[in-house]
Design a protein around this ligand. Structure first.
Ligand code: FE
Ligand code: ZN
Length: 260
């Protein structure tokens, strides 16, 4: 049975994800920063909350847990983080959990926060997918709040090792501003021009640009391209220092983006 994934917009630009097997009512929510939109979605599709998945401790990803637990006695999966006391199933790299008829593997991806994890699965007959929170975004990556550039680089590499067809379910609609930055870094990229045109159209129609795919991200996301000469050149010119090491290139591009 296919895995159905509902997009739940919340706050300014967050996406909460609610998934279930097509023929079942048991549904799992990823990063419920707010409870009411989740409750509304459950109601609208006649679903029953069966579990909560958390990627990291920031309030826009966890703020709704309490209110959901008040009315639903369900497991809360997430990282081993002192900041999220409601988690009762603590997960580590390589752990596997069966939810909605699918095995999800856990990846530890520190950098944005130290406790950040991702959930990836390959539903039968469908392309793989990953819920990656605030680490890898469409055309961008999360700010490095707690980890180092080295950690963020390794985490992005871990996500980049997933199959090309992997659908990237990130937690924010940051795509157009990320693309504006990516275009500044790689102004002559035709892949970026195509993506900007396609995603501007989606936003005009009020549609989400998420999920992207890893294949598209490899072509357009500067943070997955730091090993390439074009990126090393752009970062070197921006900082006026000769950079070769991909980690150094990523650090510089992330700093550049912080003030873009
Ligand atoms: Fe965050
Ligand atoms: Zn967030």
């Amino acid at each position: 049975m296919p895995l159905v994934i509902h997009t739940i917009p919340a706050f300014e630009d967050n996406y909460l994800w609610l998934f279930h097997q097509a023929d079942k009512r048991a549904a799992f929510v990823v990063d419920p920063g707010d409870a009411q939109p989740v409750i509304n979605c459950l109601k609208a599709h006649d679903l029953e909350l069966a579990g909560i998945l958390i990627t990291h401790h920031h309030p826009d990803h966890t703020g709704g847990i309490k209110a959901l637990l008040a009315n639903h006695n369900v497991p809360v999966y997430g990282p081993d983080s002192v900041n999220i006391p409601q988690i009762n199933h603590r997960l580590y790299e390589g752990d596997s959990i069966n939810l909605a008829g699918n095995n999800f593997s856990v990846l530890e991806i520190p950098g944005h926060t130290l406790d950040h994890i991702a959930y990836t699965t390959s539903p039968e007959g469908e392309s793989p997918l990953v819920f990656c929170g605030d680490t890898l975004f469409t055309a961008g990556c999360g700010r490095i709040f707690e980890g180092s550039a080295e950690q963020m680089y390794q985490s992005l590499q871990k996500l980049a090792a997933l199959p090309d067809a992997t659908r990237i379910y990130c937690a924010h609609e940051y795509t157009l501003s990320n693309l504006a930055f990516a275009t500044t870094v790689e102004p002559s990229s035709q892949a970026l021009k195509n993506k900007v045109a396609a995603d501007e159209k989606k936003r005009e129609l009020g549609q989400p640009t998420v999920p992207s795919t890893l294949a598209i991200e490899r072509e357009t996301n500067p943070f997955l391209r730091c090993h390439l000469p074009s990126l090393a050149l752009a970062a070197s010119q921006h900082t006026d220092r000769k950079l070769n090491d991909p980690v150094e290139v990523m650090r510089e591009i992330r700093l550049w983006k912080d003030t873009f």
